[in-house]
Design a protein around this ligand. Structure first.
Ligand code: 3PY
Ligand code: ZN
Length: 621
């Protein structure tokens, strides 16, 4: 039809082929692009339908069907974002410190799905609910919605550009501050990058939509965080919230490393570095109620900055910790929508709001509104069921092994892959031993990965931890452990474990430090928006970026698909409607799937906008 329309055109017939010919006929190009995009999307759907990599998804429904009924024409009320624009980061932090209601951050958009669903929630499901959040819970301090593992997973597994996600979220949520998790010099990766990469990353994130940067270093080394803190301060308009990673139990008289004094000394450095907000980052959920009360009260007594508490509910007791912290004056806490809360995720949002309602620290958020958003998140949780990786209930074993929430679910999957899935308690014990052997580091990405690598290595080798510690030269040692002992991630809070470290490093030359960026990359970081973002993707995740580009090339922009369609493909007897751009929809129906031929190829008979479009797909089963 495209070619025919061109051939039939009088101007074409008159031989006028000036470049304006196409410019003046956008509908021709649009029709052609739509057709091309339709074919690409159909290829994806046909492949998923034949191969079912995520199962059949019989119980999956589109979360969009569970969105509450509200008036989206009504303008979203001014919220924390307008407050930040008006007061600037210093004034914003001061106002937070001065307010009486407990401020709340909703982590459902980042940490909750990172900790429960292997970070798989797609941009569509995050963005679709944001206009509702903007109008139903406009009193939030922030939503944590970007950074951590989401960047890597978007490129590697979802065929999505993390920058497009951030830009779309910003547009959908104009009134609440968007917060990200930034791993210091590791930005959103697993190893340190040159300072100019950190700077370019922070600049781009701030320009695209981040208001609050929660910055941490896996070993609580403030020098490692300084480039990121400085870069945030330089934006002049965004908030530097700096984390103290929490380990151990500060009320335990036997604790000789992670004591109250340790956190106060650390907080002093954080304040001196220019932080606007102090975060307590309890990534494993080890901060008990009594310890929280003590830590929060002392931090607020010694420093003028507001304190923001983040925890994971792995053991099940963390609502008590939030309430104890609230009584001690904590300024803000993190929670997640109830269906996406609990165990390795954050404590539930509605339970916190209910607990504080009609008290001095009433959050001011509507319990009704928070609860009305829960069916949506329940449907999200259900549609991503194949990525459920976590615990079926709380566990007190976390106080012993100290595995962070995000890692616990991951490690269970790795244990299953090693054939140790039904003996996970052994992996937990090995993890605790690996932690001790490595000198009790704070464990959070990427130091937690080093401890996990060692635990899995000892498990796979059936090694006796005491023998491994005394004679590491007898064993294969993971590269990450060697790099860690060489100081790749910085210095350990409690000093190096000797003689283990010297034995590991004996006879090895370990290259640490970052790889400088090239002049070409530097020029591109100063280039157009697209160039800057692509260059950052390539610098941070070269191979996943390649994967992303290939998926885009082959299947187009898959973010237009609903998650049931994206994960489970076409269902017989159902007309799938796909809006590939505003006002342009594709109608796809599955008619039949042929038997595999001798090469394992199957014919998928589908209609696209009423026309039969057979697609040939390799059956990988
Ligand atoms: C991350 O670094 O992704 C984390 O969630 C650490 O807690
Ligand atoms: Zn967390």
């Amino acid at each position: 039809p495209f070619l025919q329309a061109v051939l039939d055109d009088p101007q074409f017939q008159a031989g006028d082929l000036s470049t304006s010919f196409i410019d003046e006929r956008p509908e021709l190009v649009r029709a052609n692009i739509s057709k091309d995009r339709g074919t690409k999307v159909l290829n994806w759907l046909a492949d998923i339908t034949v191969n079912q990599p995520n199962g059949a998804g019989a119980a999956a429904i589109d979360p969009a069907t569970k969105l509450p009924t509200i008036d989206l024409e009504a303008e979203a009320p001014a919220g924390s974002r307008q407050r930040l624009l008006e007061l600037g980061p210093v004034g914003f932090a001061r106002a937070l410190r001065e307010q009486t209601p407990l401020a709340v951050t909703d982590t459902t958009f980042r940490d909750a799905h990172q900790s429960l669903l292997a970070t798989r929630v797609r941009t569509k499901d995050l963005v679709e609910v944001m206009p509702y959040v903007a109008r139903m819970t406009p009193g939030l301090l922030s939503v944590e919605a970007w950074g951590g593992a989401t960047y890597d997973v978007a490129l590697r597994f979802l065929g999505e550009d993390p920058w497009q996600r951030l830009a779309a979220m910003r547009e959908a949520l104009p009134n609440v501050a968007i917060q990200m998790l930034l791993r210091g010099r590791n930005t959103v990766g697993y190893t340190p990058y040159p300072t100019e990469v950190t700077e370019a990353f922070v600049r781009e994130a701030a320009a695209t939509g981040i208001d609050v940067f929660r910055i941490f270093d896996a070993l609580n080394d403030v020098d490692q965080m300084r480039p990121a803190i400085d870069a945030v301060l330089q934006t002049g308009s965004t908030v530097a919230e700096v984390g103290l990673c929490y380990s151990g139990d500060l009320l335990d008289p036997a604790e000789d490393l992670y004591t109250l004094d340790y956190y106060l000394r650390l907080a002093e450095q954080v304040v001196d570095a220019g932080a606007h907000i102090i975060a307590i980052k309890d990534m494993a959920g080890l901060l008990r109620a009594g310890a929280a009360e003590k830590l929060v009260a002392t931090l607020r007594d010694r420093f003028d900055l507001p304190v923001h508490l983040h925890t994971h509910d792995t053991a099940g007791g963390q609502l008590a910790t939030l309430l104890a912290a609230s009584r001690a004056g904590v300024d803000a806490v993190d929670v997640a929508s109830a269906p996406m809360a609990g165990t390795t995720s954050q404590p539930p949002f509605s339970a916190l709001v209910a607990a504080l309602a009609h008290t001095e620290r009433d959050t001011g958020l509507s319990l009704q509104a928070v609860s009305d958003l829960e069916p949506y998140w329940e449907a999200v949780r259900r549609v991503y069921a194949p990525f459920e990786s976590g615990l079926s209930g709380p566990t007190g074993r976390v106080y012993h092994h100290e595995i962070p929430g995000g890692q616990l679910s991951n490690l269970r999957q790795q244990a299953i892959a090693l054939g140790l899935g039904d003996r996970f308690e052994l992996i937990e014990d090995w993890y605790a031993e690996a932690n001790r052997i490595l000198g009790r580091p704070t464990k959070v990405t990427p130091s937690s990965k080093v401890v996990g690598d060692l635990a899995l290595q000892m498990a796979a080798a059936g090694a006796d931890p005491a023998d491994f510690e005394a004679n590491p030269e007898k064993y294969d040692i993971p590269d990450s452990v060697i790099g860690f002992m060489a100081g790749e991630l910085g210095d350990l809070p409690g000093g190096w474990p000797e003689p283990f470290r010297s034995k590991v490093l004996a006879g090895r030359t370990v290259k640490i430090g970052t790889t400088a960026i090239t002049d070409d990359q530097r020029a591109k970081l100063d280039g157009s928006t697209d160039e800057r973002r692509l260059t950052l993707n390539q610098l941070l995740f070269p191979q996943p970026t390649q994967q992303f580009l290939q998926v885009r090339e082959q299947f187009g922009d898959l973010s237009v698909l609903s998650t049931p369609d994206y994960l489970y493909g076409l269902k017989p007897g159902v007309e799938h409607v796909i809006e590939i751009e505003r006002g342009v929809s594709l109608f796809v129906s599955l008619e039949a799937i042929g038997e595999p031929d001798e090469k394992g190829m199957r014919s998928v008979m589908a209609t696209l906008n009423g026309q039969m479009r057979p697609v040939t797909i390799r059956d990988r089963a």
